[in-house]
Design a protein around this ligand. Sequence first.
Ligand code: TXA
Ligand code: MG
Length: 338
Amino acid sequence: SGGLVAFPTETVYGLGANARDGHAVARIFQAKGRPQDNPLIVHIANLADLQAVVADITDDAWALARAFWPGPLTIILPVREGIAREVTAGGDTVAVRMPSHPVAMALIRAAGLPIAAPSANISGRPSPTRADHVWADLAGRIEMIVDGGPAGIGVESTVLDLTSSPPLVLRPGGVSVEELRRIVPDARVLPRYGTGAAEGDEREGPARSPGLRHEHYSPRAQLWLFTGEWEAQVQAIASRARAEAEAGRRVGLLVSVQTIRTADKAGIPNTVIIAEAGSRSCLGSVASRLFDTMRHLDSQDVQIILAESYDTAGVGLAVMNRLVRSAGGRLVDAGEPG
Ligand code: TXA
Ligand code: MG
């Protein structure tokens, strides 16, 4: 009936509306404060629905759907008539995915409609991985939140543009590039973790996915991302934390269990708030906690967040993409341990 319903998916919470109702979809943009030119993902619950949303299903699309759906992969294809133009931001392509979360599936089936849904956060904020994150951002602006507990994966779906040749990963996410290339071996990825800081022939990337320009996954505090050898990062983070704390600023650390263990010795002042980001040996644990730890540090009113870097293999690429974009250029090269 034209209302907005936030619901859990296996990646993050989405803010859903009837994808065929332009007024309902327009309300998503209002509720989030989302720029009008940033198109939405259409969520479906079975393969027959794909035919109703896109104009042409390529061989790659069938193969990807068979391999990864339901699951955290979004594909971009030419749009079919009947999808509200607000969904595609007036463009001739549409992003589609079939989420694997049982509550998302049940909602789409009960509605009997394709559901347009961005992440259910205020535009620019970290995506919500729990119902209370949605509540914090959108209470009073939307009709309903379906609470299905914490989202499992914690970072958004991988967005793959199948209308470009070779296919282009516009956003790394829950399905890794390594996994994708088993089905589409020639898939390209934007350099520098898909941050839009592209060079040469990759320069078209940001224009292709408007989301690359707009969203920053930003905590309210200034996030600084440390790079270089891990031991050097631990040292640099510890000494920066000391300096900031001594200067009277409220500092938060977004760091792995390994860093927490090691940095104790390096002498981090106990006024510094430490949020455990997960384990360096299981980047899925970092992905699932990433946005929640950013929101937790914000709730502690820290002014500065110091974060470490991770390997870009597997889901690590999605983690680093979100961290680089949260840092918005505040990168610190710690070099080698000194
Ligand atoms: O995991 C997810 O994908 C979550 C859950 C709710 O499904 N949704 C999500 O939606 O992250 P959103 O709107 O926050 O991100 C969608 C991304 C944006 O970067 C947007 O620009 C891009 O997909 N996108 C959507 N339609 C597109 C299109 N037709 N062409 C290029 N990029 C598109
Ligand atoms: Mg989003």
